[in-house]
Design a binder for this molecule. Sequence first.
Ligand SMILES: [Zn+2]
Length: 56
Amino acid sequence: MAKMRKKADLPTKVCACCGLGFAWRRKWARDWDQVKYCSDRCRSAAKGRAQREPRA
Ligand SMILES: [Zn+2]
């Protein structure tokens, strides 16, 4: 059986960088569909590893 329920049924995703799961945060409310990483650190790490993107 599943563990105890969390306080809320927040949507979750798996970080594309570190592979850990993370839950919805209010700061992502606007662009949750585009969130792929659990943190800014993972995002920049993944981008830095994959390819260098010119700052727009
Ligand atoms: Zn991560």
